[in-house]
Design a protein around this ligand. Structure first.
Ligand SMILES: NC(=O)c1ccc[n+]([C@@H]2O[C@H](COP(=O)([O-])OP(=O)(O)OC[C@H]3O[C@@H](n4cnc5c(N)ncnc54)[C@H](O)[C@@H]3O)[C@@H](O)[C@H]2O)c1
Ligand SMILES: [Zn+2]
Length: 348
Protein backbone atom coordinates (compact mmCIF):
# COMPACT_ATOMS: atom_id res chain seq x y z
CA UNK A 1 0.00 0.00 0.00
CA UNK A 2 1.37 3.41 -0.97
CA UNK A 3 1.83 5.88 1.86
CA UNK A 4 4.15 8.73 2.71
CA UNK A 5 5.11 9.60 6.24
CA UNK A 6 6.11 13.18 6.83
CA UNK A 7 7.80 14.59 9.94
CA UNK A 8 4.47 14.95 11.66
CA UNK A 9 1.56 13.54 9.66
CA UNK A 10 0.63 10.86 7.16
CA UNK A 11 -0.19 11.17 3.50
CA UNK A 12 -2.46 8.27 2.66
CA UNK A 13 -3.89 7.18 -0.63
CA UNK A 14 -7.43 6.24 -1.72
CA UNK A 15 -9.38 3.87 0.57
CA UNK A 16 -6.49 3.57 2.97
CA UNK A 17 -6.83 7.33 3.52
CA UNK A 18 -10.47 7.07 4.57
CA UNK A 19 -9.67 4.11 6.84
CA UNK A 20 -6.91 6.15 8.44
CA UNK A 21 -9.33 9.06 8.90
CA UNK A 22 -11.79 6.76 10.67
CA UNK A 23 -9.10 5.50 12.98
CA UNK A 24 -8.00 9.08 13.69
CA UNK A 25 -11.58 10.00 14.56
CA UNK A 26 -11.95 7.10 16.96
CA UNK A 27 -8.65 7.97 18.67
CA UNK A 28 -9.07 11.72 19.02
CA UNK A 29 -12.73 12.10 20.09
CA UNK A 30 -13.36 15.35 18.26
CA UNK A 31 -16.37 17.28 19.50
CA UNK A 32 -17.51 18.50 16.09
CA UNK A 33 -16.65 18.00 12.48
CA UNK A 34 -16.74 20.69 9.81
CA UNK A 35 -15.96 20.28 6.17
CA UNK A 36 -15.04 23.35 4.16
CA UNK A 37 -16.01 23.17 0.49
CA UNK A 38 -16.39 25.65 -2.33
CA UNK A 39 -19.26 25.77 -4.81
CA UNK A 40 -17.67 23.14 -7.04
CA UNK A 41 -16.43 20.71 -4.44
CA UNK A 42 -19.82 20.97 -2.77
CA UNK A 43 -21.37 19.90 -6.06
CA UNK A 44 -18.82 17.34 -7.25
CA UNK A 45 -16.90 15.99 -4.26
CA UNK A 46 -18.94 16.19 -1.06
CA UNK A 47 -21.34 13.30 -1.70
CA UNK A 48 -18.48 11.04 -2.72
CA UNK A 49 -16.53 12.02 0.40
CA UNK A 50 -19.54 11.26 2.59
CA UNK A 51 -20.05 7.91 0.89
CA UNK A 52 -16.45 6.96 1.64
CA UNK A 53 -16.62 7.82 5.33
CA UNK A 54 -20.28 7.66 6.44
CA UNK A 55 -19.63 10.93 8.28
CA UNK A 56 -22.23 13.65 8.62
CA UNK A 57 -20.10 16.75 9.03
CA UNK A 58 -21.33 20.33 9.23
CA UNK A 59 -20.70 21.85 5.83
CA UNK A 60 -19.26 25.33 5.37
CA UNK A 61 -19.51 26.41 1.76
CA UNK A 62 -17.58 29.34 0.36
CA UNK A 63 -17.48 30.87 -3.12
CA UNK A 64 -14.99 29.24 -5.44
CA UNK A 65 -11.99 30.96 -6.94
CA UNK A 66 -8.69 32.60 -6.05
CA UNK A 67 -10.53 35.93 -5.75
CA UNK A 68 -12.16 34.70 -2.54
CA UNK A 69 -8.93 33.54 -0.91
CA UNK A 70 -8.98 36.56 1.36
CA UNK A 71 -9.69 37.88 4.81
CA UNK A 72 -13.39 38.53 4.12
CA UNK A 73 -13.96 34.84 3.40
CA UNK A 74 -12.02 33.83 6.50
CA UNK A 75 -14.12 36.17 8.59
CA UNK A 76 -17.29 34.64 7.19
CA UNK A 77 -16.09 31.13 8.08
CA UNK A 78 -14.80 32.16 11.54
CA UNK A 79 -18.24 33.71 12.19
CA UNK A 80 -19.96 30.52 11.09
CA UNK A 81 -17.72 28.41 13.29
CA UNK A 82 -18.50 30.69 16.22
CA UNK A 83 -22.25 30.58 15.60
CA UNK A 84 -22.12 26.80 15.34
CA UNK A 85 -20.22 26.52 18.63
CA UNK A 86 -16.97 25.16 17.29
CA UNK A 87 -14.67 24.54 20.22
CA UNK A 88 -11.02 23.63 20.50
CA UNK A 89 -11.75 19.95 19.92
CA UNK A 90 -13.31 20.64 16.54
CA UNK A 91 -11.83 19.06 13.42
CA UNK A 92 -11.85 20.93 10.11
CA UNK A 93 -11.72 18.95 6.89
CA UNK A 94 -10.61 20.93 3.83
CA UNK A 95 -12.18 19.35 0.77
CA UNK A 96 -11.05 21.22 -2.30
CA UNK A 97 -8.30 22.67 -4.41
CA UNK A 98 -5.37 24.77 -3.29
CA UNK A 99 -7.58 27.71 -2.38
CA UNK A 100 -9.50 25.56 0.11
CA UNK A 101 -6.48 23.73 1.52
CA UNK A 102 -4.45 26.98 1.88
CA UNK A 103 -7.29 29.03 3.32
CA UNK A 104 -8.95 26.22 5.29
CA UNK A 105 -5.62 25.43 6.91
CA UNK A 106 -5.19 29.09 7.81
CA UNK A 107 -8.74 29.39 9.16
CA UNK A 108 -8.32 26.26 11.30
CA UNK A 109 -4.85 27.20 12.56
CA UNK A 110 -5.92 30.63 13.75
CA UNK A 111 -9.39 29.87 15.13
CA UNK A 112 -9.18 29.64 18.94
CA UNK A 113 -5.40 29.45 18.54
CA UNK A 114 -5.52 26.41 16.36
CA UNK A 115 -7.86 23.55 15.50
CA UNK A 116 -6.81 20.26 13.96
CA UNK A 117 -7.42 20.03 10.23
CA UNK A 118 -7.01 17.53 7.47
CA UNK A 119 -6.57 18.14 3.76
CA UNK A 120 -8.40 16.25 1.06
CA UNK A 121 -7.13 17.83 -2.16
CA UNK A 122 -9.51 17.58 -5.09
CA UNK A 123 -7.43 19.21 -7.84
CA UNK A 124 -4.25 17.88 -9.38
CA UNK A 125 -2.44 21.01 -8.25
CA UNK A 126 -3.47 20.66 -4.65
CA UNK A 127 -2.64 16.93 -4.67
CA UNK A 128 0.93 17.33 -5.85
CA UNK A 129 1.66 20.67 -4.27
CA UNK A 130 -0.66 22.90 -2.25
CA UNK A 131 -1.95 20.36 0.27
CA UNK A 132 1.57 19.12 1.09
CA UNK A 133 4.20 21.15 2.87
CA UNK A 134 2.34 22.97 5.66
CA UNK A 135 2.06 26.39 4.06
CA UNK A 136 -1.33 27.90 4.76
CA UNK A 137 -2.50 31.36 3.92
CA UNK A 138 -4.51 33.92 2.05
CA UNK A 139 -3.95 36.83 -0.33
CA UNK A 140 -3.86 40.46 0.70
CA UNK A 141 -5.16 42.72 -2.06
CA UNK A 142 -2.92 41.84 -5.00
CA UNK A 143 -0.27 40.13 -2.95
CA UNK A 144 -0.37 36.36 -3.15
CA UNK A 145 -0.21 34.43 0.11
CA UNK A 146 0.87 37.56 1.96
CA UNK A 147 -0.78 36.46 5.22
CA UNK A 148 -0.33 32.97 6.53
CA UNK A 149 1.53 30.52 8.67
CA UNK A 150 3.22 27.17 8.58
CA UNK A 151 0.86 24.66 10.08
CA UNK A 152 0.69 20.88 9.71
CA UNK A 153 -2.50 19.00 8.97
CA UNK A 154 -3.27 15.80 10.85
CA UNK A 155 -3.58 13.87 7.61
CA UNK A 156 -3.68 14.31 3.85
CA UNK A 157 -5.80 11.95 1.75
CA UNK A 158 -4.93 11.63 -1.93
CA UNK A 159 -7.80 10.17 -3.92
CA UNK A 160 -7.49 10.65 -7.67
CA UNK A 161 -11.18 9.82 -8.15
CA UNK A 162 -11.84 13.48 -7.40
CA UNK A 163 -10.05 14.42 -10.60
CA UNK A 164 -12.80 12.89 -12.76
CA UNK A 165 -14.88 16.06 -12.59
CA UNK A 166 -12.03 18.53 -12.86
CA UNK A 167 -11.88 20.36 -16.19
CA UNK A 168 -8.96 20.05 -18.57
CA UNK A 169 -7.69 23.56 -17.94
CA UNK A 170 -7.40 22.91 -14.19
CA UNK A 171 -5.73 19.56 -14.82
CA UNK A 172 -3.17 21.33 -16.98
CA UNK A 173 -2.62 23.89 -14.25
CA UNK A 174 -1.70 21.10 -11.84
CA UNK A 175 0.54 19.49 -14.41
CA UNK A 176 2.78 22.59 -14.30
CA UNK A 177 3.79 21.67 -10.75
CA UNK A 178 4.34 18.06 -11.77
CA UNK A 179 6.70 19.09 -14.56
CA UNK A 180 8.44 21.52 -12.18
CA UNK A 181 9.07 18.65 -9.78
CA UNK A 182 10.37 16.53 -12.67
CA UNK A 183 12.71 19.31 -13.81
CA UNK A 184 14.20 20.09 -10.41
CA UNK A 185 14.63 16.44 -9.45
CA UNK A 186 15.39 14.90 -12.84
CA UNK A 187 12.73 12.25 -12.38
CA UNK A 188 10.41 11.36 -15.28
CA UNK A 189 11.95 14.37 -17.09
CA UNK A 190 13.01 12.41 -20.17
CA UNK A 191 9.61 10.69 -20.31
CA UNK A 192 7.75 13.97 -20.40
CA UNK A 193 9.78 16.77 -21.95
CA UNK A 194 9.59 15.74 -25.60
CA UNK A 195 5.82 15.30 -25.56
CA UNK A 196 3.48 17.90 -26.97
CA UNK A 197 0.71 17.25 -24.44
CA UNK A 198 0.40 16.56 -20.76
CA UNK A 199 0.97 13.11 -19.39
CA UNK A 200 0.61 11.90 -15.82
CA UNK A 201 -0.37 8.78 -13.95
CA UNK A 202 -0.52 7.58 -10.34
CA UNK A 203 3.23 6.89 -10.25
CA UNK A 204 4.05 10.37 -11.47
CA UNK A 205 1.65 11.90 -8.93
CA UNK A 206 3.14 9.78 -6.15
CA UNK A 207 6.67 10.73 -7.22
CA UNK A 208 5.74 14.42 -7.19
CA UNK A 209 4.29 14.26 -3.69
CA UNK A 210 7.22 12.25 -2.43
CA UNK A 211 9.71 14.76 -3.82
CA UNK A 212 7.90 17.73 -2.34
CA UNK A 213 7.63 16.00 1.02
CA UNK A 214 11.29 15.03 1.00
CA UNK A 215 12.38 18.62 0.41
CA UNK A 216 9.93 20.05 2.94
CA UNK A 217 11.02 17.49 5.56
CA UNK A 218 14.56 18.80 5.27
CA UNK A 219 13.67 22.50 5.34
CA UNK A 220 10.09 23.28 6.29
CA UNK A 221 10.69 26.98 6.90
CA UNK A 222 12.34 27.54 3.53
CA UNK A 223 15.77 28.61 4.67
CA UNK A 224 17.59 26.66 2.00
CA UNK A 225 16.65 23.56 -0.01
CA UNK A 226 12.90 24.26 0.02
CA UNK A 227 13.71 27.24 -2.17
CA UNK A 228 14.40 24.72 -4.95
CA UNK A 229 10.62 24.43 -5.24
CA UNK A 230 10.48 28.10 -6.19
CA UNK A 231 11.84 27.48 -9.64
CA UNK A 232 9.53 29.35 -12.03
CA UNK A 233 7.78 31.03 -9.15
CA UNK A 234 9.52 34.41 -8.80
CA UNK A 235 8.25 35.45 -12.20
CA UNK A 236 5.26 33.10 -12.08
CA UNK A 237 3.84 34.53 -8.86
CA UNK A 238 4.18 38.09 -10.13
CA UNK A 239 2.31 37.15 -13.33
CA UNK A 240 -0.36 35.43 -11.24
CA UNK A 241 -0.72 38.52 -9.03
CA UNK A 242 -0.90 40.75 -12.11
CA UNK A 243 -3.91 38.75 -13.31
CA UNK A 244 -5.61 38.54 -9.94
CA UNK A 245 -8.06 41.38 -10.53
CA UNK A 246 -8.28 41.16 -14.32
CA UNK A 247 -11.31 39.94 -16.26
CA UNK A 248 -9.34 37.12 -17.88
CA UNK A 249 -7.94 34.98 -15.13
CA UNK A 250 -4.68 33.09 -15.33
CA UNK A 251 -4.45 29.91 -13.30
CA UNK A 252 -1.53 29.24 -10.97
CA UNK A 253 0.00 26.59 -13.22
CA UNK A 254 -0.44 28.74 -16.32
CA UNK A 255 1.46 31.56 -14.67
CA UNK A 256 4.13 29.22 -13.31
CA UNK A 257 4.59 27.72 -16.76
CA UNK A 258 5.54 31.14 -18.14
CA UNK A 259 7.74 31.63 -15.07
CA UNK A 260 9.55 28.35 -15.79
CA UNK A 261 10.21 29.32 -19.40
CA UNK A 262 11.57 32.75 -18.41
CA UNK A 263 13.61 31.36 -15.54
CA UNK A 264 15.09 28.59 -17.72
CA UNK A 265 16.42 31.35 -19.94
CA UNK A 266 17.72 33.33 -16.95
CA UNK A 267 19.38 30.09 -15.80
CA UNK A 268 21.08 29.81 -19.18
CA UNK A 269 22.44 33.33 -18.79
CA UNK A 270 23.39 33.14 -15.13
CA UNK A 271 24.16 29.56 -14.13
CA UNK A 272 25.25 27.98 -17.38
CA UNK A 273 22.09 25.97 -17.83
CA UNK A 274 21.90 24.38 -21.28
CA UNK A 275 20.13 26.58 -23.81
CA UNK A 276 19.07 23.46 -25.66
CA UNK A 277 17.21 22.17 -22.61
CA UNK A 278 15.78 25.63 -21.90
CA UNK A 279 14.36 25.50 -25.42
CA UNK A 280 12.96 22.00 -24.86
CA UNK A 281 11.23 23.19 -21.69
CA UNK A 282 9.83 26.16 -23.61
CA UNK A 283 8.58 24.00 -26.50
CA UNK A 284 6.95 21.49 -24.17
CA UNK A 285 5.21 24.13 -22.05
CA UNK A 286 4.18 26.27 -25.01
CA UNK A 287 2.51 23.25 -26.57
CA UNK A 288 0.31 22.91 -23.48
CA UNK A 289 -0.49 26.41 -22.24
CA UNK A 290 -1.97 29.41 -24.06
CA UNK A 291 0.56 31.99 -25.18
CA UNK A 292 0.14 35.36 -23.48
CA UNK A 293 1.14 38.69 -24.99
CA UNK A 294 2.55 41.13 -22.48
CA UNK A 295 2.99 44.78 -23.42
CA UNK A 296 5.59 47.11 -21.94
CA UNK A 297 3.26 48.43 -19.24
CA UNK A 298 2.25 44.90 -18.23
CA UNK A 299 5.89 43.98 -17.79
CA UNK A 300 6.56 47.09 -15.71
CA UNK A 301 3.70 46.18 -13.40
CA UNK A 302 4.82 42.54 -13.18
CA UNK A 303 8.32 43.67 -12.30
CA UNK A 304 7.07 45.90 -9.52
CA UNK A 305 4.97 43.02 -8.16
CA UNK A 306 8.11 40.88 -8.15
CA UNK A 307 9.68 43.28 -5.70
CA UNK A 308 7.05 42.39 -3.11
CA UNK A 309 7.80 38.71 -3.38
CA UNK A 310 8.46 36.99 -0.07
CA UNK A 311 11.45 35.28 -1.64
CA UNK A 312 13.28 38.60 -1.76
CA UNK A 313 15.64 40.03 0.73
CA UNK A 314 16.71 43.67 1.05
CA UNK A 315 14.73 44.55 -2.06
CA UNK A 316 16.76 42.40 -4.42
CA UNK A 317 14.81 40.06 -6.66
CA UNK A 318 16.01 36.53 -5.99
CA UNK A 319 15.59 33.43 -8.07
CA UNK A 320 15.92 29.68 -7.76
CA UNK A 321 17.64 28.78 -11.01
CA UNK A 322 18.61 25.59 -12.78
CA UNK A 323 22.25 24.64 -13.04
CA UNK A 324 21.16 21.50 -14.79
CA UNK A 325 18.08 19.28 -14.80
CA UNK A 326 17.94 17.99 -11.22
CA UNK A 327 20.20 20.72 -9.80
CA UNK A 328 19.02 24.09 -8.52
CA UNK A 329 20.95 27.13 -7.35
CA UNK A 330 19.03 29.26 -4.87
CA UNK A 331 19.11 32.96 -3.95
CA UNK A 332 20.52 34.18 -7.24
CA UNK A 333 20.06 37.93 -7.61
CA UNK A 334 18.98 39.02 -11.03
CA UNK A 335 18.80 42.51 -12.49
CA UNK A 336 15.75 43.91 -14.17
CA UNK A 337 17.23 43.91 -17.67
CA UNK A 338 17.72 40.14 -17.68
CA UNK A 339 14.19 39.64 -16.39
CA UNK A 340 12.91 41.72 -19.32
CA UNK A 341 15.09 39.74 -21.74
CA UNK A 342 13.60 36.52 -20.43
CA UNK A 343 10.15 37.70 -21.51
CA UNK A 344 11.56 38.16 -25.03
CA UNK A 345 12.73 34.54 -24.91
CA UNK A 346 9.21 33.52 -23.84
CA UNK A 347 7.55 35.57 -26.59
CA UNK A 348 9.74 34.52 -29.50
N1 LIG B 1 0.44 25.91 0.02
C1 LIG B 1 1.23 25.68 -0.99
O1 LIG B 1 2.35 25.20 -0.83
C2 LIG B 1 0.73 25.96 -2.37
C3 LIG B 1 1.41 25.45 -3.48
C4 LIG B 1 0.89 25.69 -4.74
C5 LIG B 1 -0.28 26.43 -4.89
N2 LIG B 1 -0.90 26.92 -3.79
C6 LIG B 1 -2.14 27.68 -3.93
O2 LIG B 1 -3.14 26.86 -4.51
C7 LIG B 1 -4.11 27.68 -5.17
C8 LIG B 1 -4.43 27.09 -6.51
O3 LIG B 1 -4.94 25.79 -6.32
P1 LIG B 1 -5.99 25.14 -7.33
O4 LIG B 1 -5.49 25.27 -8.70
O5 LIG B 1 -6.34 23.83 -6.80
O6 LIG B 1 -7.20 26.19 -7.23
P2 LIG B 1 -8.71 26.11 -6.69
O7 LIG B 1 -8.79 25.63 -5.31
O8 LIG B 1 -9.29 27.44 -6.99
O9 LIG B 1 -9.39 25.02 -7.63
C9 LIG B 1 -9.53 25.27 -9.00
C10 LIG B 1 -11.00 25.20 -9.46
O10 LIG B 1 -11.41 23.84 -9.49
C11 LIG B 1 -12.62 23.67 -8.77
N3 LIG B 1 -12.58 22.30 -8.25
C12 LIG B 1 -11.82 21.83 -7.24
N4 LIG B 1 -11.92 20.49 -7.18
C13 LIG B 1 -12.77 20.12 -8.15
C14 LIG B 1 -13.23 18.85 -8.61
N5 LIG B 1 -12.80 17.71 -8.08
N6 LIG B 1 -14.11 18.84 -9.64
C15 LIG B 1 -14.49 19.98 -10.25
N7 LIG B 1 -14.07 21.20 -9.88
C16 LIG B 1 -13.21 21.26 -8.83
C17 LIG B 1 -12.59 24.77 -7.74
O11 LIG B 1 -13.87 25.09 -7.29
C18 LIG B 1 -11.97 25.91 -8.55
O12 LIG B 1 -12.95 26.53 -9.32
C19 LIG B 1 -3.50 29.06 -5.25
O13 LIG B 1 -4.14 29.86 -4.32
C20 LIG B 1 -2.03 28.84 -4.87
O14 LIG B 1 -1.48 29.97 -4.23
C21 LIG B 1 -0.41 26.69 -2.55
ZN1 LIG C 1 3.31 26.62 -7.46
Amino acid sequence: MKKITTNSYEIRFSNDGYDYLNSLLSKKSYSKLFVIVDENTDKYCLEYFKSKTSLKPNVLKIKSGEKYKNLETCKEVWNNLTEMDADRMTLIINLGGGVITDMGGFIASTFKRGLDFINIPTTLLSMVDASIGSKTGINLNLLKNQIGLFSDPQLVIIDTNYLKTLNKREIKSGYAEIIKHCIISNSFFDDLIDRSSIHYNEDIIYNSIQLKNKIVSMDKLENNIRKNLNFGHTIGHAIESFYLNKEDKLLHGEAISIGMICESFISYKKTNFSLEIANKIKTHLNSIYPKINFNKNDLKEILSLMKYDKKNYLNNIRFSLLKEVGKVEIDVEIDEKLIMDSFDFYSN
